[in-house]
Design a protein around this ligand. Structure first.
Ligand code: SF4
Ligand code: SF4
Length: 156
């Protein structure tokens, strides 16, 4: 879901030229490639911070569209949902997937070649098989105690 403030626009090559803290809302939202990976449940070792993702998706994740079903109210509806900001990206980036547009720009890396900002196609993460569209198990279909059984080795 994109911000509808029409007074803002996306500046050319903003992700290469503009600091994250200076991006407008539209630009910030456009950094997301739509992969859906951050909506997967994960297991984290508290001592080592080692994170393992599963293919079990948050209860608000729509597997058919690879979108949150209530993006605007996501934090109110799912307390563990992380709302990324320029201020918290440093604290959160360690567990984000290596392909994530926010993580890559924060770490000074180029966006993935299949990122919609590179391809010009909003569906390119799905078309190139780099999203979790139609690949997840709903959170409400599993027993939380079985989460380890759904760990995925290659997040892509
Ligand atoms: S992992 Fe990053 S790029 Fe992928 S959906 Fe989440 S915020 Fe967007
Ligand atoms: S609430 Fe929405 S954005 Fe947050 S993790 Fe769940 S599906 Fe993803």
């Amino acid at each position: 879901m994109k911000n509808l403030n029409t007074t803002q626009s996306i500046r050319p090559n903003f992700w290469k030229e503009i600091d994250m803290t200076e991006m407008n809302k539209l630009e910030w939202e456009a950094l997301c490639d739509g992969c859906g990976k951050c909506c997967l449940l994960k297991l984290e070792d508290e001592d080592t911070n080692d994170v393992k993702f599963t293919n079990v998706a948050c209860k608000l994740f729509d597997d058919n569209t690879c979108l949150c079903q209530n993006y605007a109210l996501r934090k109110q509806m799912v307390s563990g949902c992380v709302v990324l900001t320029p201020e918290n990206i440093e604290r959160i980036a360690y567990w984000m997937p290596s392909t994530c547009g926010y993580k890559r720009i924060f770490e000074g890396q180029p966006l993935m070649e299949w990122h919609p900002l590179i391809t010009g196609n909003p569906n390119s993460a799905h078309i190139t098989n780099n999203s979790f569209k139609n690949k997840t198990v709903p959170e409400y279909d599993i027993d939380e105690a079985d989460l380890e059984n759904y760990i995925i080795q290659d997040l892509g």
